[in-house]
Design a binder for this molecule. Structure first.
Ligand SMILES: Nc1nc2c(ncn2[C@@H]2O[C@H](COP(=O)(O)OP(=O)(O)O)[C@@H](O)[C@H]2O)c(=O)[nH]1
Ligand SMILES: [Mg+2]
Length: 354
């Protein structure tokens, strides 16, 4: 399965409504239910890939995908956020939904979006703090557990613990890549990528003004997307023509859900490279920093094993030139070796022999 972002937030902040907006299609809602949670595999909209499709007119067109999960806490939909904490370790990242519509929150208190966001962030930091505290205690007292942990790892865990003790998320702790790797198995919640979505009312879709939530999020190094879940859910159900008409009426270039999906994909540090041809135009998902040889393995293990070289041209360059042949003539189709770092939007053709 593709990497999964879990939708989290206070009760009735609009998690399920945002999930609907992300997973609705003109053919209806598109998701499966597993473990009591709703899972939606969503295609990542990409104008470059669509332009490549129009250029090559392939038989098959395959965009990149990302998974969103509407998490149902064991206590039911109205349960507090902390009830959901035990299932969040498996997430690759989070979309934190903050209620920014109406006058009262899901528990009947006056609405305070900033406090709502900070409560959820703090719960995650505290969950990590407690989890790590128990872990450290076992490591220090239990020989069997302790023996498995190197001195370097123990020192790193203690650094994390001190960081969390001052209510700071592990996201803000600077780590070397070897330290980063050491921490991976611990699945700390406050280290995972997180994107904030302000679920605003219909009538504030276009008002910008001073935004306390955006300011508070920026102070924590987080981005906020404004989103009106019910409106976006409706747009997602429309056929393309009706969708365009609707957007034009509101003076919008694209649905906010398109931006949310794209932003979520990039929040996980994922990029796309493309393969093109008459049979298929396709996007492949890799982490930023992946080499050409490893990227080739996404397509097929034979391509990684027998990798000789990659022919690479940025999608924009290919689209401007109009064909691969013209890129070859102009010298913009480059030959790259196995250690080349594939860039977002590269069109790649792998030469291999097995
Ligand atoms: N007016 C308005 N109502 C919303 C919006 N988003 C969600 N709601 C409503 O708020 C209630 C709770 O939303 P839901 O998605 O179930 O919240 P969840 O508990 O976070 O999953 C539902 O009745 C939704 O219809 C919004 O942007 N504007
Ligand atoms: Mg819900």
């Amino acid at each position: 399965m593709s990497l999964a972002l879990y939708l989290i937030g206070a009760p009735r902040s609009g998690k399920s409504a945002v999930f609907d907006a992300l997973t609705n299609t003109p053919q209806g809602p598109h998701f499966t239910v597993r473990g009591g949670h709703r899972w939606g595999v969503v295609k990542v909209p990409d104008a470059r890939l669509e332009a490549l499709r129009d250029l090559f007119r392939p038989r098959t067109f395959t965009p990149a995908e990302i998974t969103f999960a509407d998490i149902m806490p064991p206590g039911g939909d109205g349960a507090a956020f902390r009830d959901a904490l035990p299932v969040l370790g498996q997430a690759d990242g989070f979309v934190l939904i903050v209620q920014a519509f109406g006058a009262t929150d899901g528990e009947g208190r006056p609405l305070d979006p900033v406090a709502q966001m900070e409560t959820v962030l703090l719960e995650m930091t505290m969950a990590d703090f407690e989890h790590l505290g128990r872990r450290l205690e076992r490591i220090r007292t239990d020989r069997r557990h302790g023996a498995k942990v190197s001195a370097a790892e123990l020192a790193l865990l203690e650094r994390c613990h001190a960081h969390l003790a001052s209510d700071r998320p592990l996201r803000t702790l600077e780590l070397r890549s070897d330290e980063e790797k050491m921490l991976r198995t611990y699945q700390f919640l406050s280290r995972k990528p997180l994107l904030v979505v302000a679920n605003v009312a219909e009538d504030s879709l276009r008002t910008e003004g001073p935004d306390l939530l955006a300011e508070a999020a920026a102070a924590r190094g987080l981005d906020v997307l404004r989103f009106c879940a019910p409106v976006e859910a409706d747009i997602a159900l429309m056929e393309p023509d009706a969708q365009r008409e609707f957007l034009a009426e509101y003076g919008l270039a694209e649905p906010a859900r398109v931006r949310l999906i794209r932003t979520a994909y990039h929040a996980l540090d994922l990029i796309s490279f493309f393969t093109v041809g008459d049979d298929e135009v396709r996007a492949w998902t890799i982490s930023r920093g992946t080499t050409a040889q490893t990227a080739a393995g996404k397509i097929h293990t034979d391509l990684e094993r027998g990798f000789i070289r990659a022919e690479v041209v940025p999608a924009e360059t290919l689209l401007a030139a109009g064909s691969l042949a013209r890129c070859r003539e102009a010298g913009t189709l480059r030959i790259e070796g196995k250690d080349y770092i594939v860039q977002d939007g590269d069109v790649v053709h792998v030469r291999f022999s097995v």
